[in-house]
Design a protein around this ligand. Structure first.
Ligand code: PBG
Length: 297
C-alpha cells in the first residue's frame, strides 16, 4: 500500500538533506537506485518521483527533457531492475521560473489549455524512460485526456495514469515547496486547486478524470480530507490513492521532536486512519519507516 516520494535533483551529486522533511533528501540521479533497494528491502510498493531541473523557464519546458532528472532516474532504476512500481509526477511547477503549475498568460493568469501539450509531452518522456505510471498533479482541466491521447499515439499505451483528481489548495504543502523549489513567485494556486470547503466538487473532479481515462485517482492531502476519501471510496471502483503530504509529516515530526507525541504510534495511527477511510494506497514520507514498524509488530 505504501508509496515513497523521492526528490531527484539535477543540481546535487549525492544527497542534500531537506530540513523540513526529516530523513528525506534531494538526491542526485546516481543515489536513486540505492533508495530503491531500501524500498524493496522494506517491502513497499512503489516510488513517486519528483524532479528538480538544472534550468527553469517560463513554460517549464525542461519537464519534458529526456535528460532531465526524472527520466535519468527512471532509466537508472530500470537498469537496476527493481520490482517496484515507478510513478512519475507530472507537473510544471518545479520547472517554471514563476513556480505555477501551468503556463501563464501576459496578464498573469493560468492558461489551462496552453498547458496541456507541455504536460502531455512530459508524461510521454517519462513513460518512454520507464515509468509504469504517470501522475499529473497540476490540476489543469482536460489533462488526463491530453496525456492519454499522447501516450497512446506515442506507443506507450500500457502506461497507467494516476490522476491527482481531488487536490485541494492546502496549507500543508509548505515543506514540499521548499524541497522541490516550486513555491509560486506570485499569487497562489487557488485558481486551479480545490477549495478546502467543497466536498461535492471533489466527486465531480474524480468522475471527470475517470471519464477522461484515468486508471487510478488520488485525494490529497489525506488526513484533513478523510471524508472525501470515504465518499470517493463509496462512489467509485477505481483504485484510490491518498497522499499524506509534507505538512502532515512535518507536523507529526515537529511534535514528536518536542516530546509531545510518540512518532511511531502517531504515524501508524494517521496511516491507519487513511486506510480505514478507504485508500488502497498511500503516498507518505513515512513509507520506509512505516513498513519496518509494521514488520516489527
Ligand atoms: C506540485 C505538487 C505539490 C505537491 C505535490 N505535487 C505542491 C503544490 O501543489 O503546491 C505537494 C506534496 C506535499 O506537500 O507533500 N504540483
Amino acid at each position: 500500500m505504501l508509496v515513497l516520494p523521492v526528490f531527484v535533483d539535477a543540481n546535487v551529486s549525492a544527497r542534500s538533506e531537506i530540513a523540513s522533511l526529516p530523513g528525506h533528501a534531494r538526491l542526485g540521479v546516481r543515489e536513486v537506485p540505492r533508495v530503491a533497494e531500501r524500498a524493496i528491502a522494506a517491502g513497499i510498493g512503489g516510488l513517486l518521483l519528483f524532479g528538480l531541473p538544472a534550468e527553469k523557464d517560463d513554460r517549464g519546458e525542461s519537464a519534458a527533457d529526456p535528460f532531465g532528472p526524472v527520466p535519468m532516474a527512471l532509466r537508472a532504476l530500470r537498469d537496476a531492475g527493481p520490482g517496484l512500481v515507478l510513478i512519475a509526477d507530472v507537473c510544471l511547477c518545479e520547472y517554471t521560473t514563476h513556480g505555477h503549475c501551468g503556463v501563464i498568460t501576459p496578464e498573469g493568469l493560468i492558461d489551462n489549455d496552453a498547458t496541456l501539450p507541455f504536460l502531455a509531452a512530459a508524461a510521454r518522456v517519462y513513460a518512454e524512460a520507464g515509468a509504469d505510471v504517470v501522475a499529473p498533479s497540476d490540476m489543469m482541466d482536460g489533462r488526463v485526456a491530453a496525456i492519454r491521447d499522447e501516450l497512446d499515439a506515442a506507443g506507450s499505451p500500457e502506461a497507467a495514469i494516476l490522476a491527482y483528481a481531488a487536490k485541494y489548495a492546502s496549507s500543508f504543502y509548505g515543506p514540499f515547496r521548499d524541497a522541490a523549489d516550486c513555491a509560486p513567485r506570485f499569487g497562489d494556486r487557488a485558481g486551479y486547486q480545490m477549495d478546502p470547503r467543497n466536498r461535492r466538487e471533489a466527486l465531480a473532479e474524480i468522475a471527470a478524470d475517470l471519464e477522461e481515462g484515468a486508471d487510478m485517482f488520488m485525494v490529497k492531502p489525506a488526513g484533513p480530507y478523510l471524508d472525501v476519501i470515504a465518499a470517493a471510496r463509496g462512489r467509485f471502483d477505481a483504485p484510490l490513492a491518498a497522499y499524506q503530504v509534507s505538512g502532515e509529516y512535518a507536523a507529526l515530526h515537529a511534535a514528536a521532536a518536542r516530546g509531545w507525541i510518540d512518532l511511531r504510534r502517531a504515524a501508524l495511527e494517521s496511516l491507519t486512519g487513511i486506510a480505514r477511510a478507504g485508500a488502497d494506497s498511500i503516498v507518505t514520507y513515512f513509507a520506509l519507516d512505516a513498513a519496518s514498524w509494521i514488520r516489527e509488530r
